[in-house]
Write a protein that binds this ligand. Sequence first.
Ligand code: RFL
Ligand code: PHB
Length: 390
Amino acid sequence: MRTQVGIIGAGPAGLLLSHLLHLRGIDSVVLELRGREQIESTIRAGVLEQGTMDALAEAGVGDRMKTEGALHHGFELAFEGKRRRIDLTGLTGKSITVYAQHEVLKDLVAARVAADGKIFFNVSNTSIHGIESDTPSIRFTHEDEEHELYCDYVIGCDGSQGVSRASIPAALRRDYERVFPFGWFGILVEAPPTSDELIYARHDRGFALVSTRSQTVQRMYFQCDPKDRVENWTDDRIWAELHARVDSLEGHEVVEGRIFQKNIVGMRSFVSTTMQHGRLFLAGDAAHIVPPTGAKGLNLAVWDVRVLTAALVAFYEESRTDLLDAYSETALRRIWRAGQFSYWMTRMMHRLDDASPFEQRLQIAELEHVTTSRAAATAMAENYVGAVAV
Ligand code: RFL
Ligand code: PHB
């Protein structure tokens, strides 16, 4: 089997890359470990930056996002019983859209299928070969048969647990990591929205986030022990915790409903440098992870893909390799910016058991600052909407 670009992973990075390349006449094949139903139903991100919306619209997969997604012009920071608004649009001229990641995936898979794109679902034993030569390949098993896909370039979009990153020799790679001693307990709830905008709450009991999916389904999270178990949390205990952390002194309360999904995720910051070696390039979570507090993970994956698409188009249309050579350096500038913002927001909003009472009190001073100083609020808003110069 042969193609121009072999892509491992049908997450947002792999599927969007495949579709953007197709629109420029470049052929690709996507290999995915899981089944189509599984990727289309896994609950993950929800916040899309303007740049991500633009990229999806340019790829011709933005129609449902525009009609079903909700445009948000600000969010609220809750602390000390108060709620203060960050006016994203007023401060930056930009907004964000709340539209679930698995809906983005449904739109991308539908577009690939409609264009006769090649996606192999349920593959196993994926391995990468010959990246230091001009004829790399990917070996994999599909429906009990072994295959070898020959290509010009291999793109590893296989997320944090994939095989691609390890194909770059360890001696050439430097990994940077910070594992946080807390996680997020996430729920999906059948209820009307608690608020028109997202609420990020800092409380001595721990962080909480009120997000949304639609007028009838809400997404909420609260800080927990990453080793805790979902079974330890009855619905009553969850609501008591959310009320304690989010309800305000002005009488705003979290709206309860039927909880139909619960999960716990750990949190870490991670950056792998370099993101390329020979004919292998990494994009998205395969190369970097941010804690979800800044809502940056999916947006960074889309950013990598835009940079990589431009570089591959320059190679195929003009035989230029300068953009490919510069890929890692170009992508990492934005990754470190988003990594710093996500880390900062995580440290400001979560209960830090490793911090002194003095440092914990500084969190409130910082929240007062970003919610009263226009300059500080603008810096936060620019990072949140992704309007940062890198
Ligand atoms: P993905 O989505 O993990 O896709 C990788 C795909 O590769 C497949 N795979 C393999 N395929 C073939 N062979 C192998 N050996 C393979 N190994 C793995 C996997 O099955 C999978 O389908 O990576 P990608 O495309 O880089 O996309 C990254 C995003 O999914 C991720 O950054 C976001 O979900 C992070 N994130 C958020 N990002 C945002 O921008 N805004 C948010 O609001 C936001 N909220 C979140 C989040 C992540 C969360 N969790 C679960 C950590 C909220 C949460 C709770
Ligand atoms: C979500 O709705 O899943 C969500 C929103 C904001 C975040 C993280 C996740 O920062």
